[in-house]
Design a protein around this ligand. Structure first.
Ligand code: GLN
Length: 475
């Protein structure tokens, strides 16, 4: 059994046909995880109760109560609460914080019999695109350990790519599932806003955050999504099932915002791979239609105003008093300043400052107000486009994985790398990244990804198109 190639679907068959026990599978994953973690640092912690979890799952199988995920080892991003476990969001301020309840997604996975292997590394509070902003050290790309795995859910993507879990949960506010999936050569889906409960995930920018899944194949990512989705009264932005659980027709027309895709800074190898991927979809019977969506050009600016604004408000709860890191000053105000100044890393502090600025009374209308208005324009433009096309396609990221340290001192360069993923969160629609090939770099093959985007609640369309693409992509 090659754990690096084993899919959830295959593992499920082996388990239910009794060709393998849950313990065998968990042991195989743990062996890989423990040895690879020294170099890759995908996990901040590998749990010590995995064998006890395996026993429960085995009982479910033996009593005929297995679900598709029973006994399946998963990596969980460190901003998702698992009762009794540390949940730090890779921040010093929450280094020793223990979750007092299960996130809704965790409850659902637990009921399905899934096994939680460990806490996956991430950019602090999900702010970043390389996992370099973790307070506990960077995660490395398994395809080339001198390169970043992407982020912010870098640990989750690496765990799946390197056989340290069969699937994973991440969160995606502006690309944090899709971009690391693309950099590491796995599938990642960001569902429609409101489809998966956010109860028990630490908020970064609440109007854009969504939990989603990673897998080696579209089918694996879909199997996890099917378990975690659904209405939840604990999340006031959760949508009723009648709205979200819809079956769609087979997609036929792929729209390509050509001018946007050919924007400055897109690596020529990425463009070439993207065009070749579209050509393959054409041969598979899809129509490729060029479309113009001028409002996409504003997406990055809108995102980097809205997100810091929401971040500055969400981070206010970390005051060093009720829980988390505390530093002593000479009075209460100094306690706050020192606790937050020492507890938060540079990127988090940068966004709190930026967000406080765009929300301040003198600048609110000029920045935050305008960004909100443009968000509506973008949403309407996409709705209009989806009357003509079934899905939209772009590369997932403008470049393959870059070197560790290459962009860390230039936040703007890091932000520009989010160009293709942020419009999806601004509009609240679903997006998926699927491995589409490789860029050669001094003999090393670096993974590339294609992104498909669908109308609200049309995850089903993405899975259909994604599976078609997997059949024709040629590897
Ligand atoms: N890279 C983006 C950012 O830093 C996206 C982060 C995310 O999706 N959590 O904001």
């Amino acid at each position: 059994m090659d754990i690096k190639k084993l899919t959830i679907k295959e593992a499920h068959e082996l388990l239910t046909k009794k060709k393998m026990t849950v313990m065998d599978l968990v042991d195989a994953v743990l062996k890989e995880a423990n040895s690879a973690n020294k170099n890759l640092h995908a996990y901040l912690e590998i749990f010590d109760d995995t064998r006890a979890q395996a026993e429960i799952a085995q009982k479910m199988i033996d009593s005929g109560k297995a679900t598709l995920l029973t006994g399946i080892p998963l990596a969980i991003k460190d901003n998702i609460l698992i009762k009794g476990k540390i949940a730090s969001s890779a921040s010093k301020i929450l280094e020793n914080y223990r979750a007092s309840y299960d996130a809704t997604v965790i409850k659902k996975l637990r009921n399905a019999g899934a096994i939680f292997i460990g806490r996956a590394n991430m950019d602090e509070f999900a702010m970043g695109g390389s996992t370099e902003n973790s307070a506990f050290g960077v995660t490395k790309n398994p395809h080339d350990q001198t390169r970043v795995p992407g982020g912010s859910s870098g640990g989750s993507a690496v765990a799946v790519a390197a056989g340290m879990a069969l699937g994973a949960l991440g969160s995606d506010t502006g690309g944090s599932i899709r971009q690391p999936a693309s950099f590491c050569g796995v599938v990642g889906i960001k569902p429609t806003y409101g489809t998966v409960s956010r109860s028990g995930v630490m908020a970064m920018a609440s109007s854009l955050d969504q939990i989603g899944s990673f897998g080696k194949t579209v089918e694996d990512a879909e199997m996890i999504f099917d378990v975690i989705r659904g209405y939840d009264p604990m999340d006031s932005t959760s949508c009723p099932d009648v709205m979200t659980k819809i079956k769609t027709k087979k997609p036929k027309v792929i729209g390509v915002p050509v001018n946007f895709v050919r924007a400055k800074g897109v690596d020529p190898r990425v463009l070439k791979n993207f065009e070749a991927s579209l050509e393959k979809m054409k041969k598979a019977g899809y129509e490729i239609r060029e479309i113009s969506l001028p409002s996409l050009d504003y997406a990055l600016s809108v995102y980097y105003i809205l997100v810091p604004a929401e971040v500055s408000s969400n981070m206010a709860r970390f005051d060093g008093m009720r829980y988390g890191y505390h530093a002593n000053g000479t009075n209460l105000l100094e306690d706050y300043g020192l606790s937050r100044g020492e507890g938060f890393g540079r990127e988090v502090r940068r966004r709190i400052l930026l967000g406080t600025y765009v929300l301040s009374s003198g600048y609110y209308d000029a920045y935050y107000g305008r960004a909100c208005a443009l968000r509506e324009v973008l949403r309407n433009d996409l709705d209009k486009a989806f009357k003509e096309i079934d899905i939209l396609a772009t590369p997932t990221a403008p470049t393959p994985a870059y070197k560790i340290g290459e962009k860390i001192s230039d936040p703007l360069a890091m932000y520009l790398a989010d160009i293709f993923t942020v419009p999806v969160n601004i509009a609240g629609v679903p997006g998926i990244s699927i491995p589409s090939g490789f860029a050669e770099e001094k003999g090393v093959k670096l993974p590339l990804g294609i992104q498909f985007i669908a109308p609200h609640f049309s995850e089903d369309t993405l899975f259909k198109a994604g599976k078609d693409f997997e059949k024709v992509r040629g590897f």
